[in-house]
Design a protein around this ligand. Structure first.
Ligand SMILES: [Cu+2]
Length: 394
């Protein structure tokens, strides 16, 4: 019994609610950590901001409680004077209408203010289809949202209790049951089928001429990028070959490995099909490129890939967003450990000519240290390095 009393205690529940609210505020008040090349910093909590919102919440609760008490006292004094008391049903009905209007304004505010904080237009070909799906789903759910909420709260007001009227008792109606089962079923089926075909198109595995293969390997807390050299083929990898200098475990028994390039920034030529070969070396990471609407898990031991075509260059996007410092980024989208928040790399979409110029400046994966480690003959290594400088990708 004591336990039941403990669980049902109103004081305890109030404390729990206050604790949850405080916790949410603490999380939301965390200032975004410094990005870029700087030292990883621990996220800061703005305690003044947190207590301000907690205080505002308690003041609003206090205000509501005071108004409730005043109305109760007013009601009692009316009754003492022999008059009819307050019409509480009308009070509740009006509160429902106020809630409806405030709620609709809140939805409008959220769309106009927070709507502008969403991503810029999709910078990839398939991203346009994904955005279309989001728009269709949002429009449909918004129509349902507004109709149901307006009906719910206006009915609560319109048909509040009245002594002059008796409610119609409706225990069951098959027609209504059918309508609200079949209509959502049809709409959801259309959305799912539409989504299925879009996903199938995005995950099309057929090879296209001109595909650029890029290896992206996640480890705590960095993305390693490897580009193929002039042969256009990425050398094979084997996790058993991973060493200090051969971070990705590239197999140098195959010739295709020799001209591979290790890069820091992911350069992509515009309007070319890119195939990202995704791998992880420790825990699950996730390749997340929001501007291209690309996201796929990087799972240790399970190589995956994602194909997409960038359509807007970084320079164009800088103009469109009116932000001269705009950069596309590839993030990690799995909470993979302490340094997760800083696991990102810059992605630059450039013209074909700029891409080739950049590619020719990249260093080979096969570094001098790695050659020493593999006991390569000096003559062979100098030959392969000179070839790397002319890397082409067509
Ligand atoms: Cu990660």
């Amino acid at each position: 019994m004591a336990f039941r009393k403990f669980i049902n205690s109103k004081t305890l529940l109030s404390f729990f609610a206050a604790f949850m609210l405080l916790g949410t505020n603490v999380l939301m008040a965390q200032t975004p950590a410094a990005t870029g090349a700087g030292e990883p910093e621990a996220p800061q909590v703005d305690w003044a901001g947190v207590s301000y919102y907690v205080l505002i919440f308690f003041l609003i609760c206090l205000g509501v409680a005071v108004i409730g008490k005043i109305l109760k006292i007013y009601d009692l004094t009316l009754k003492i004077q022999g008059k009819k008391g307050l019409k509480w049903n009308t009070v509740m009905g009006v509160i429902c209408l106020v809630f409806l209007i405030a709620g609709i304004y809140g939805a409008y505010w959220s769309f106009t203010v927070q709507g502008s904080m969403t991503l810029p237009e999709s910078a990839s070909a398939h991203g346009v289809n994904i955005d279309e799906m989001f728009t269709v789903t949002t429009v449909l759910t918004m129509i349902v949202f507004f109709i149901t909420q307006i009906l719910l709260f206006t009915f609560l007001f319109r048909y509040r209790h009245s002594d002059k009227r008796r409610a119609y008792f409706l225990p069951h109606d098959n027609t209504i049951e059918k309508i609200w089962t079949i209509a959502p079923a049809i709409v959801l089926t259309i959305l799912v089928v539409f989504g299925f075909f879009t996903w199938q198109k995005i995950m099309d595995t057929s090879e296209k001429v001109g595909d650029i293969n890029i290896d992206i390997t996640g480890h705590q807390y960095k993305w390693e990028l490897r580009y193929p050299g002039k042969d256009g083929i990425l050398g094979p990898k084997d996790f058993k070959l991973v060493t200090g200098f051969n971070k990705l475990g590239v197999n140098f028994k195959k010739r295709s490995s020799f001209d591979d390039l290790a890069v820091d920034t992911m350069y992509l030529p515009v309007h070319k099909t890119i195939r990202l070969n995704i791998q992880a070396q420790d825990v699950i990471h996730s390749v997340y490129m929001p501007h291209f609407r690309v996201q796929l898990n990087a799972v240790p031991g399970l190589p995956t890939f994602f194909k997409f075509t960038p359509t807007i260059t970084t320079a164009e996007m800088r103009r469109k967003t009116d932000d001269p410092k705009f950069e596309y980024l590839v993030y990690c989208n799995k909470v993979c450990g302490g340094g997760h928040y800083n696991m990102q790399a810059v992605v630059r979409v450039v013209t074909e000519a700029e891409y080739q110029a950049w590619l020719s400046r990249q260093k080979p994966y096969l570094t001098d240290q790695l050659k020493k480690e593999l006991h390569f003959a000096a003559a062979e290594s100098s030959k392969s390095v000179s070839q790397n400088r002319l890397a082409l990708n067509n």
